[in-house]
Every structure is written in C-alpha cells, then in structure tokens.
Design a protein around this ligand. Sequence first.
Ligand SMILES: [Zn+2]
Length: 257
Amino acid sequence: MFNKAKNKSAKVNECYVKIGDWISWSWELSEGLVSINEVKEFEELMKLLQFVRIKEEDDRWGWSGTTKGGFNVKMVREELEWAGADQVEYLRIWNNWDVPKVNVFIWRAGLGRLATSDNLQRRGVHMESYSCPVCGTTMESTDHLLVSCSFARVVWGQVCVWLNLPLVGNGGSIMELLHELVSSVKEEKRKKMVQAIGMLTSWCLWMNRNNKVFKRIAGSESKVIDEVKEISYMWLKYRVMMESVSWEMWCRGNLVV
Ligand SMILES: [Zn+2]
C-alpha cells in the first residue's frame, strides 16, 4: 500500500477527514488497486485503522499498556501476567547481562509476536513464500526458526558443546529450550550466564534470518556461533565487569564465573 501512495511523505493528519467525532481515512494512490491481493491488503489496512483514534496533539512515543504513555518495568511485568498465568514463569525472563533489546526480543518471541511468516499469513499479509527463509523446508514460525530449524539445531548443538551442557532443543518452544538450557546448571551465577548466552543465541539466529530476508546475506552456523561468543564476551567485560576472563579462556569454554 505504501508503494501505491502518491505522497509518501504525507503526515497522518493529511490522510483523513474529520466528520464530527469520527474520521474518514482518505489519501491519493498513484494508481488504482489492480489485483485481488491489493484489494485484500487495502481491506486489511482499513480494518486495522478502524481502531485508531486520533487526538489533536503532537505525536509522542507511548507504552500501549497505559493511558499515561510512560514506560517502566512494572508495566512490562503486568502485561506479562495479563498474557496468561501458565506462561508467566517462562515469560518472566529478564536478564541484565543481556542488553534490553535482546530481553524485549525474547519476551516478544515467547508471546508469539515476532513478524514470522505464520503470523503475517494470519494477519492476511501476502508474501511470495511463507517457507522458512533459512532452510526452506516448512512454514516459518518462531519455534521452528529458533528451535527446530536444521540451522538452529546445529547452532544450539555447538553452543551446548562450548558450554559443556547436555544437548537441548528436541522440538518444543524457544521458552522451553531456554528453560531446559539452564536446568542442568546448579550454581546461580553460572545459571544467569548460561541463560544470557541462550537468549543472545536466539537473538543472533533472528538477526541471521533478517540478514537473509532483508539483505540477501547468506549466513553460516559458524558465523552465528562466532557472533554469540564475541558479543557475550563484550558484555562480560563491559556490562558484567568481569575483566579477568581472557578471550582465549572464554572461547575454550573456561566459564567459571
Ligand atoms: Zn528452517
């Protein structure tokens, strides 16, 4: 739809007409809707827009869980609890060894809110292919991409060898995998480190997928593993402030923390 819009830099307030308390969305297209898919996309867009309420004030960023628009961690927790009591224990992962964007990514993955092909298809978004962009063998879903995809299985296998842990990821969800990953670790600090590495591995698998989809860059399992080791080492040094661990010790899996 964006490609069809005549004025691509139009502001929101140039795209509707106010009729009393209601608004009617309206903007010029460079050409008419020619295919069934375009008509479907347009209808889908209108369905989404019917829930949008416009206020006569300047735009600002806000958190959807509150009318005040502010953000704090308590609100995230409340939203997680609202998401379902049976999932809360899995979803309540927030590991401060990882940067916030990785924590938010895991939270969204646990709620099934990543823009994977199965989710996009459910929302009526037309795509040339709904297959997993990494292996191409089945429809892409969060748990396929991060757990059961042949690419992900190799990566998890190598992570487990590196951390000297039993192999994880025999099917199931990404949250189950992360839970399984730390379940054999006894010491609390090491548990936290293993969890942080597990979350980071999931993030790197997602970035590998995005590079393939959006930049046509074919990654490799060893490249993802290298990224996990490098990024986690940087965090260890500069976020957790464990300066005594050398890069060689880290790569050897000498992970006594
Ligand atoms: Zn796959």
